[in-house]
Design a binder for this molecule. Sequence first.
Ligand code: FAD
Ligand code: NAG
Ligand code: NAG
Ligand code: NAG
Length: 537
Amino acid sequence: MNPHGLFCPNILSFIFVILLSFHGEALAAENHENFLKCLSLQSNTISKVIYTQTNSSYSSVLKASIKNLIFSTPTNPKPVFVITPFHVSEIQAAVKCSKKNGLQIRVRSGGHDHEGLSSISDVPFIIIDLINFIEISVDVEEKTAWVESGATIGQLNYRIAEKSQNLLTFPVGTCPGVGVGGHFSGGGYGVLLRKYGMAADHIVDAHMVDVKGRFLNRESMGEDLFWAIRGGGGASFGIIVSWKIKLVAVPPTVTVFNVPRTLEQNATKLLFKWQCIADKVHEDLFISPLLLRVNSTMVSVFTALFLGGVDRLLPLMQDSFPELGLTRKDCREMTFVESIVYLDGYEVEEPINVDVLLGRDFHVRFFRGKVDYLTEPIPEEAFQGIYDIFLEQDQETNGVLMFFPYGGKISEISESEIPYPHRAGNIYTLLYYAGWDLESTDDTYQRHDNMLKKLFNYMTPYVAKNPRTAYINYRDLDVGTNNKLGHTSVQEASVWGKKYFKNNFYRLVHVKTMVDPENFFRNEQSIPPFNLVKDEL
Ligand SMILES: Cc1cc2nc3c(=O)[nH]c(=O)nc-3n(C[C@H](O)[C@H](O)[C@H](O)COP(=O)(O)OP(=O)(O)OC[C@H]3O[C@@H](n4cnc5c(N)ncnc54)[C@H](O)[C@@H]3O)c2cc1C
Ligand SMILES: *[C@@H]1O[C@H](CO)[C@@H](O)[C@H](O)[C@H]1NC(C)=O
Ligand SMILES: *[C@@H]1O[C@H](CO)[C@@H](O)[C@H](O)[C@H]1NC(C)=O
Ligand SMILES: *[C@@H]1O[C@H](CO)[C@@H](O)[C@H](O)[C@H]1NC(C)=O
């Protein structure tokens, strides 16, 4: 083989690339100048909140809210600017000027997106980071609150508990650092889902900035758009600044338990039984097993929250799940807000460990996740196949399966009430999760990702089918994506869209077509408008 034959074309294409990129960079620099000029004309406060790539704080501001370090490596694409607005007018200016100058916008609230879509993009982009939109005002009389998107769900829980003397709360997820903006706009659920449904089921108003830079509330945005942002994923529709929510009641005392069972202690039988009762027990009771490898065996940890005291819990357990052998000693009574700290894995102290609730950090550095919904129990004999996959991994590669029971309120609400469609008929949702603290080399990433994929494939016969449903808040680009630029026909997008939204996908397309026909707000899994690509063809 003649090496020169390979060499020459490379030099040529190298030169070609240089010419292209010079041209591209000159153009980009001009656009960026124009963008900054445009902003300064639109807003006289915005210069104080723009971080350019040459600003010494750029890197720390960018990284502060990337909660999954997979998306914080030197090779990840970086935004041209990060903007951390204090005023709505600054968000409006950023939208207008981005559109004018061909920059894409990524909105970031808590930065927990499973695929990093709030922090990275393949096309020139800016980040609007809502880290300064964190106000929470609670009206105990009216049982409502306004919460800004950049607040965390832990901060929200804490403020409501504080204002209501532990009698009110809001049904959100279990990790306190998650941001309100992404969580609410994707649906949001946690330990209260059987009692109260999704976070998005309790939103009564919202303030947002649309593609034209207009500031809208529920009335001015109209019911279609207001429907879409409660579970359809905010990033397709605009920038939601704040939300008005209806608070829900919790008793002054709740009970938690955390009971591990090894295989020798009948973990498999217990998991099987759990599947048969978890969605049918009293809606005050949320039992959520976790399955993981410990040394060379499997352990299932039955974690639960009960909305009441231990005296009422024990007979309920005796009735529905006596095999677990729950005793009074396994149970702890506390306030609801303390249970959030407990379920997050921290000691409950007196006074309460506010850092856990108010902090923005997530203690796992790297993570991957996938999700399934189950409409019937996994056969008892199928568990062995799951164990085999866990046990064949090396000691450094571990993951966990989390089982979240359904039934109760979440299943009583109609599939089309809000975009989140996974309701009656589901008995639980299964989260496949791997987190690691080692430096994320390609190898650590691959090993964990492979393990999750293997589990996911193994589960195919046992999970919801046609479509195999998924949850946008556990975003997973493996279920399908738009093309790299974020444009795809409605028909192509329906492949992933129907997994997340079932038939609500088409109403989301309808709303998108009305409010953003040119597809300005877009990403790898944004809702496409009709006709952008000829859908009929
Ligand atoms: C550790 C951990 C625990 C979790 N636990 C739960 C749980 O118990 N229950 C549950 O339901 N989910 C849970 N999730 C998923 C979580 O709800 C989603 O990742 C959610 O989208 C994160 O919101 P965020 O604001 O932190 O993320 P971001 O990364 O900031 O945003 C996520 C997406 O929403 C868009 N977005 C964010 N803010 C806005 C806005 N203001 N306007 C428009 N679009 C916006 C972003 O552009 C991005 O596409 C968990 C995730 C993690 C990492
Ligand atoms: C960085 O950006 C901030 C916000 O706009 C600004 O206040 C600060 O002066 C900038 N610092 C530098 C070194 O440019
Ligand atoms: C496991 O289940 C069997 C019956 O199926 C029972 O006899 C045994 O006591 C159980 N073991 C434990 C540790 O609970
Ligand atoms: C796992 O191994 C550790 C260290 O050898 C031991 O202390 C622990 O009890 C083991 N756990 C189980 C569940 O076997």
